[in-house]
Design a protein around this ligand. Structure first.
Ligand code: DHB
Ligand code: FE
Length: 284
């Protein structure tokens, strides 16, 4: 059977992608950000999964106000980097895993979550920047990736509680797939940031670090935090953090098993307009 072995959580700032693509990672501004991912790149080499289930949000690249799926699963064999206005990032295309993605769609929809099935979709910085942070600049990504896009842009967006429950359903789906695959689940976006209005530039270190503590040790309680707290404390784009609860809900302790091991924790401000947070949790 397939097994979820680890979850990875990371911010997805587009300027981080540009710093990598333009060879600026050693610049004094960027060096402390990338230092926090040195452990992670080595860990990825030593814990190479067969598939990554990557929870992220699209930023009006694949979707627009014309069509707003709350939860969209990418079932295609291949996903191209999106053109976000400056041309597509010079990163490899993402190879999908249609068999596992179809199984997850079947299982999760039968488990009462309405997913939109997407057979064709480009993937933007929300997905490609986390891959770059964790894998560097390979000529091909180390394994297939199932993109799972969540609407955190246009209200109404899903509650933390629903995201956490969805994570549990994804756990049940993956661990009932009849193939011995090592699967990682990644939750991306956040941490505190606001890109618009009078509070643009907002960063809240204390709240972010408490979010990391709560995500590690009491995600069920954290899942009850209402949207208004995210927006008030972590800024309008801080709501991206509800996606981390999907990955956290897919760990075995949410299904009554033992707690995961924290193997890496990192926090740095700022990167562009955003607080960068990062965690790696391993299940045994
Ligand atoms: C920034 C952060 C984001 O999450 C995003 O999607 C776009 C821009 C920023 O920090 O500039
Ligand atoms: Fe974003």
């Amino acid at each position: 059977m397939a097994k979820i072995t680890a979850s990875v959580f990371t911010s997805h700032v587009p300027a981080i992608g540009a710093a990598i693509d333009l060879g600026k990672t050693a610049d004094p501004y960027w060096q402390p950000v990338f230092k926090g991912y040195e452990f992670s790149k080595q860990w990825m080499k030593e814990h190479r999964p067969d598939v990554i289930f990557l929870v992220y949000n699209d930023h009006a690249s694949a979707f627009s106000l014309e069509m707003i799926p709350t939860f969209a699963i990418g079932t295609a064999a291949r996903f191209e980097p999106a053109d976000e206005g400056w041309g597509p990032r010079p990163v490899p295309a993402v190879v999908g895993h249609p068999e596992l993605a179809s199984h997850i769609a079947q299982s999760v929809i039968q488990d009462d979550f309405d997913l939109t099935i997407v057979n064709r979709m480009d993937v933007d910085h929300g997905l490609t920047v986390p891959l770059s942070l964790m894998c560097g600049q390979p000529s091909a990504w180390p394994c297939p990736v199932i993109p799972f896009a969540v609407n955190v842009v246009q209200y109404p967006v899903p509650s933390g509680r629903r995201c956490f429950e969805l994570g549990k359903a994804i756990h049940r789906a993956i661990e009932s797939f009849d193939m011995g695959l090592n699967v990682q689940i990644w939750g991306t976006g956040g941490m505190s940031h606001q890109l618009q209005g009078p509070r643009a530039g907002l960063i809240n270190k204390e709240w972010d670090n408490r979010f990391l503590d709560r995500l590690i040790s009491d995600p069920a309680e954290l899942s009850l935090v209402p949207h208004i707290e995210y927006v008030r404390e972590a800024g309008s784009e801080g709501i991206e953090l509800v996606m981390w609860l999907i990955a956290r809900g897919a760990m075995q302790d949410a299904a009554g098993g033992p707690a995961p091991r924290v193997v890496h924790r990192f926090y740095h401000v700022p990167a562009s307009n955003t607080a960068v947070g990062h965690l790696i949790l391993e299940d045994s």
